[in-house]
Design a protein around this ligand. Structure first.
Ligand code: UDP
Ligand code: MG
Length: 326
């Protein structure tokens, strides 16, 4: 196996990691599409013979695992997780299981919304010496207005918090074995891979592509999962929300001092009794701010709680395909 990207192109072994959650409807197309891509790249001399596709069954309740097992061969490997852990952990499970068997891994969604031909371009960049190649969507017309709007808001917010993310990059990326060796040393349980890869450093680049609409099955990312991923992104990469609370608290304290001065002045100079609103409104205002602050701190404590337990991030139940069957 060749572990050096700059050497002869034909021996570059690539693994394609595909997380799957209830994807029986798309797998029937995805398996042959990926296999023919692999075959073509092999014939062109772009990749080495040991290259493979690895499907990660993220606790599906449909025939997904059956289809993966049925397709298992030297070229098609499969990992079955013991239950549903979520997209990010499924991708990581694929990476952890297979990164030592390839020179680079490409992660791609099972629904093939991402353009397969881009993998060729990613490999070309890898051979030029780039260690991480991000797939970046040219535009997001295949998304609903709501998804586009919330995604943009999220990127802007993360920027404000000082977190570096690659715009319009989902989890379609190539990463070298060298970088993955470092990635698996990150031990966090609350995963946000899009934030973790840029932290690795190394030489990185982007390739731009058009994303299609999902043709079969439905999105496994309902609003609740999207929000939870976004919140993991915020709380795992920034403590600015906590600082914001301190800043708010301090500003309110200053305002309060000014109000005290004013109250004293009005009492002495005007002899007036402060009105109802000046008592009740600040009470609600301060109460609200305090509860918000406690809530945000609570979220971070919750994150610390789940991190310190150090539970395994996922449990692999079974591995099939390839020479190595565990
Ligand atoms: N997925 C997964 N576990 C989950 C949810 C999703 O492994 O709990 C996989 C899913 O099978 C797909 C990828 O993650 O391959 C992205 O999901 P999807 O295409 O539904 O998301 P969208 O493209 O709508 O954001
Ligand atoms: Mg999709």
């Amino acid at each position: 196996m060749n572990h050096d990207a700059s050497r002869s192109t034909t021996s570059t072994v690539v693994g394609i990691i595909v997380p799957c959650y209830n994807e029986e409807a798309v797998l029937v197309k995805t398996v042959p599409s990926l296999l023919s891509l692999l075959q073509r790249l092999e014939q062109q001399g772009d990749i080495g013979e040991g290259s493979f596709i690895a499907f990660v069954d993220d606790g599906s309740t449909d025939r997904t695992w059956g289809l993966i097992e049925g397709a298992a061969s030297a070229k098609v490997k499969g990992v079955k997780l013991s239950r549903n852990y979520g997209h990010q952990k499924a991708v990581l499970a694929g990476i952890e299981t297979f990164y030592t068997q390839a020179d680079c891994l490409v992660s791609i969604d099972a629904d093939l919304q991402d353009d397969l031909s881009v993998i060729e371009e990613m490999l070309a960049r890898f051979r030029e010496g780039f260690q991480i190649v991000y797939g970046v969507r040219k535009e997001r017309s295949s998304d609903s207005f709501f998804k586009r709007f919330t995604a943009l808001g999220f990127y802007r917010f993360m920027e404000l918090l000082g977190v570096h993310l690659v715009y319009n990059h989902a989890d379609f990326r190539l990463a070298s074995r060298r970088t993955l060796k470092e990635l698996v040393r990150f031990r966090e349980v609350n995963l946000f891979l899009r934030g973790m890869f840029p932290l690795l450093g190394f030489r990185t680049t982007c390739v731009v592509y058009d994303r299609q609409k999902r043709t079969e099955g439905e999105s496994k990312y309902p609003l609740s999962k999207m929000l939870s991923l976004a919140w993991d992104g915020v709380t795992s990469f920034s403590i600015k929300p906590l600082r914001l609370i301190s800043a708010m608290g301090f500003s309110l304290f200053l305002i309060c001092l000014l109000l005290c001065g004013y109250a004293l002045y009005s009492y002495l100079a005007l002899g007036a009794v402060p009105g109802w609103s000046s008592i009740v409104l600040p009470m609600y205002f301060l109460g609200g701010i305090q509860l918000l602050g406690i809530g945000i701190i609570g979220e971070y404590i919750g994150k610390i709680y789940s991190e310190v337990k150090q539970r395994p991030r996922f449990i692999v139940e079974e591995v099939v395909g390839g020479e190595r069957v565990d």
